[in-house]
Design a protein around this ligand. Structure first.
Ligand code: FDA
Length: 392
């Protein structure tokens, strides 16, 4: 079979790219080895797909080259994707911080993208793995489960390594290396962190206990959001966000009460409630089980009147810098994204085309561009897919 463009990977980026190219009258074949398209879209946002973030800027992305994502993100914005969602009459709402979710179901986003593909005459083949890719004089010859395909342009949209049970594979990285591209080391991002040894022993039975607002920090990067204890460690949005900036051995700082001057507040409480025990007082601003556990671990709980100023200020300081050491992450099994990937040095930032092999493109998560939690990753998938789709 001969096509103008073959796109490998029918996820967010591949579907978007196919639509843009199909709308230009290109003959597009979109293949995926999974049995249905857009599996990660379907499972995203708790089944409601956090499809974009109205505040997305290049600062919300990790990439070895912080300028790389600028061009694509500026040319296909959250407003463009919202217009598509509205054209398809999909009801949506802002949850918080610019995060837009479907009111009803992620299925609507997949349906919308497939309807757009159909309108643009894109041919979509699922259960179609790719065995071999060869450079041909005019394009590429790709051996797929349905036979050989000759394509002028070849787009790799096969995603990252997170959630292997959903069809994730290292395929895109292998193809990049085959054609001489550098692949930056990959690791799990937006992922719960694990504790071990005494840190795990102290907190594992608190699984399910949540704090509405903590501040996590690695170096200069900080996030304020909720935190959750799990059986193996810590999770919740503030932990997922900082996990992308943390590597084993890095100093992870967690302020359990970022909105309180805790030391000063404890001094006031000593005056107001001299007979109250410390754990009871802390239970007013922290989950009660956590307040009790912290008192068991660090400071015996006595009536407030028995503490000196220095002791209360020291307790406050420890709550602002919780001495916890993460041992690792839950890994690709539960990670939302893969950090690292195809080195952007080898790609055009305006078209995603390879600088080494004309006609070859890499889009979406396979590229070394990773967004924060909150709809940023889909926005990168749409924007990079559109950028390639406009030129293939
Ligand atoms: P994606 O992974 O979507 O698609 C790649 C496709 O390639 C898959 O269909 C796969 O089957 C196919 N493929 C892989 N290897 C292949 C091969 N060898 N041959 C053929 N096909 C192959 N982001 C966000 O912005 N908002 C959110 O709400 C969420 N929620 C969320 C929840 C969960 C649980 C996860 C795991 C991830 C998210 N994300 C997210 C992240 C988001 O899903 C992700 O960044 C995008 O799906 C990336 O889009 P891509 O198209 O690049 O890859």
């Amino acid at each position: 079979m001969k096509v103008d463009a073959l796109i490998i990977g029918a996820g967010a980026a591949g579907l978007m790219c196919a639509i843009a190219a199909g709308q230009r009258g290109r003959r597009v074949l979109l293949v995926d080895h999974a049995n249905k398209v857009g599996k990660k879209i379907l499972m995203s946002g708790g089944g409601r797909c956090n499809f974009t973030n109205t505040g997305a800027t290049p600062a919300n992305y990790l990439c070895a080259n912080p300028h790389f994502a600028k061009s694509a993100l500026a040319r296909y914005t959250p407003t463009d994707f919202i217009a598509l969602v509205e054209k398809h009459r999909i009801a949506y709402h802002e949850k918080e911080l610019g995060q837009l979710f479907c009111d009803d179901s992620s299925k609507q986003i997949v349906r919308m993208l497939l309807d757009e593909c159909a309108a643009a005459n894109v041919r979509v083949e699922t259960d179609c793995g790719v065995q071999r890719i060869r450079k041909a004089p005019e394009g590429f010859t790709v051996t797929t489960a349905r036979g050989d395909v000759h394509a002028e342009s070849l787009v790799i949209a096969s995603g990252g390594l997170s959630i292997p049970s959903m069809g994730a594979s290292g395929f895109g990285y292998e193809i990049a290396r085959q054609f001489g591209h550098a692949v930056l080391p990959t690791r799990a991002g937006l992922v719960p962190l694990t504790l071990s040894g005494k840190h795990q022993e102290h907190y594992q039975d608190l699984a399910g206990v949540a704090l509405p607002m903590v501040e996590t920090r690695v170096g200069k990067q900080a996030f304020r959001a909720g935190m959750l204890f799990t059986h193996r460690g810590i999770s919740g949005p503030s932990i997922l966000q900082i996990s992308s900036y943390w590597q084993a051995g890095d100093d992870l700082r967690i302020d359990l009460l970022p909105d309180h001057g805790v030391g000063e507040w404890l001094l006031e409480q000593r005056v107001a409630r001299p007979a109250a025990e410390l754990k009871t007082v802390l239970g007013d601003v922290l989950p009660k089980r956590l307040a009790q556990r912290l008192c068991e671990q660090w400071f015996e709980s006595r009536p407030m009147r028995q503490y000196h100023d220095a002791e209360l200020l020291q307790i406050g300081a420890q709550l602002h810098a919780w001495p916890i050491v993460a041992s690792g992450s839950e890994g690709y099994r539960t990670a939302e994204v893969t950090l690292g990937g195809v080195d952007t040095d080898g790609l055009s930032s305006s078209t995603m085309q390879s600088k080494l092999v004309p006609g070859l493109y890499f889009i979406g998560e396979v590229v070394d561009v990773t967004g924060w939690l909150g709809g940023y990753n889909f926005q990168w998938a749409w924007a990079s897919g559109q950028a390639a789709g406009e030129v293939i």
